[in-house]
Each structure stands twice: as C-alpha cells, then as structure tokens.
Ligand binder design. Structure first.
Ligand code: MLT
Length: 272
C-alpha cells in the first residue's frame, strides 16, 4: 500500500536512500534545488498528507486505521508505510521545519528505519501556548473565507531579508506555492503541529549520525533550538552543525548548495 506520493531521483541501486520531508504548507518541490545538486544520491521526496500529490489527511488516517484527528503521528505512520511499500527498510531521513517535526515523530514511532537523521530549520520543542493559539486561529481562518489568504505575508516573514533583492524569483515562487496550498491541508497541518509534544528525548538515544542545520536568518527555528537538538543527538554518533548564510527558514530554496553539501556528507557517514 503506497499511501503518500513519492518523487524518486538519482540511482535506484546506490543503497540506503535519502528521504526528504518538506515544510508547511509546501510539498516536495521545495527540495528540488537540493535534489538537483546531489545527482549521485538515491533520493525519495515525499508529499505529506493533503499536500502536493498525496491524498487528504482523512483518507490517509482511514487507510492506516487511525482516528480522524489531526496529528503528526498520522504523517509519521504514513511515511513509514510508504517507505515499506517502496521496499525501504532503512533510510537517512531529512526533514525541514514541519518535515523535521514529522522526522521526530517517525523516530519515536519507527526508529528502526533510521540510518541517519537531518533536522533542518526545525525544533524539537512543543509550541508555547501563544503559538498554539495562533495556529488554531489560522486553521479556522483557512477553513473560512480567507482560505490560503490566512497565510498572507508568510513568504516574506520566513525568508532572509535580502532575498527580495538577491533572488526575487525565488520569493515569488514561494509566495505562489503558499497561495496555492489547499486550505483544508493548511488547517489540518496547523492543528497537527499544535498538538505535537516535545520530542527532544526521542533523539537522545537514536544512536545514528546526524546533521542539524539552519539558515542564519531563520526567524522561526532559533540557534538555541538547533544547539539543543545537536547536543541531544551527539550522544549517539557524529553530529554536524551547519549555519547557512544568505538564508532564513527556507534554506533549500534560498541557498541550496551548502544544504546539498551537508546532506551529502551525512549520507556518506550514515548510509553504509
Ligand atoms: C514550516 O516551515 O514547516 C512551518 O513554518 C513550521 C511551523 O509553523 O512551525
């Protein structure tokens, strides 16, 4: 049973794949600039529930026999089932922002899948009360007249201040992706993220090579959050910490070269 849409690239016979989990409210296209830079790696970019070409979260939960309640556990179980259906028993799993939250849920529920982990522009902590309330408000707005307009201004807020001058086409593409995101998936994803617990302890005994990366101008995922995850992961194996210049929260599209280089390094350390 293949639950989620999988976009494969690179040589199919090169061993342990690099699995790529995207951020909110985007889809696997946000990984393309990085995928293009690692043609020698077997990559599987997955569309999370309700986004890209994947089925709705409700259909995914029903297929998995899970309750129809927004939860990143649904996303994690769907990723695991999708990988197993594709014949993948072990992978280097990379998640950016919401994709990182899903990677942590996957590590909690399916840790045997992990050969390595990359956490990009993300955090292991649960939301503070104010952030949780804001998510629930946006979810309600997205389901109302605003639709994806509930996320107006998000592209500018999450990218580095210089992007509009440096690469206006990248900012325009991100704006368009956000404007075209399905309102029902915006609402479900916000509620699922609001419900996620703190998962720092999950990575403390994961015992695989790791990468913790963020854009220097990331206004959402702080350097402190990255340090905490790197410190927790370092108990189990070598961890690389990378700060990407000329990038905010969307490192894969703002400055893909250092992201590709760091993921390639992790894959070489982990996929043996
Ligand atoms: C993302 O990029 O996936 C979101 O900004 C995550 C979040 O809202 O916490």
């Amino acid at each position: 049973m293949s639950l989620l849409a999988v976009h494969r690239s690179g040589p199919a016979d090169a061993g342990t794949p690099l699995v790529l989990l995207h951020g909110f409210p985007l889809d696997s296209r946000m990984w393309q600039p990085v995928v293009d830079l690692v043609p020698d790696l077997p990559t599987l970019a997955i569309d999370l529930p309700g986004l890209g070409s994947s089925p709705t979260p409700e259909a995914v939960a029903a297929a998995l026999g899970l309750p129809n309640v927004p939860s990143l556990d649904v996303s994690a179980d769907a990723v695991a089932a999708t990988l197993r259906a594709a014949g993948v028993e072990r992978a280097v799993v990379a998640g950016l922002s919401m994709g990182g939250y899903v990677a942590l849920a996957l590590a909690e529920r399916h840790r045997e899948l992990f050969a390595g982990i990359a956490l990009l522009d993300t955090m292991s902590a649960a939301d503070a009360e104010g952030a949780r309330e804001a998510r629930l408000r946006i979810a309600a707005e997205a389901e109302g007249e605003s639709g994806a307009g509930a996320l107006a201004g998000m592209a500018e807020r999450i990218t580095s201040p210089g992007l509009a001058e440096r690469a206006p086409e990248v900012l325009a593409r991100l704006r368009q992706w956000i404007a075209n995101a399905p309102p029902a998936a915006i609402a479900w994803s916000q509620r699922a993220m609001a419900a996620r617990p703190d998962r720092l302890a999950v990575i403390a005994d994961l015992a695989v090579p790791g990468l913790v990366l963020r854009g220097v101008d990331d206004a959402l995922a702080s350097a402190e959050a990255a340090e905490a995850m790197a410190a927790a992961l370092s108990g189990g194996g070598h961890v690389e910490r990378v700060e990407v210049s000329d990038a905010g929260h969307m490192t894969t599209i703002e400055n893909p070269e250092p992201v590709a280089q760091a993921l390639h390094g992790l894959w070489r350390r982990a996929a043996r």
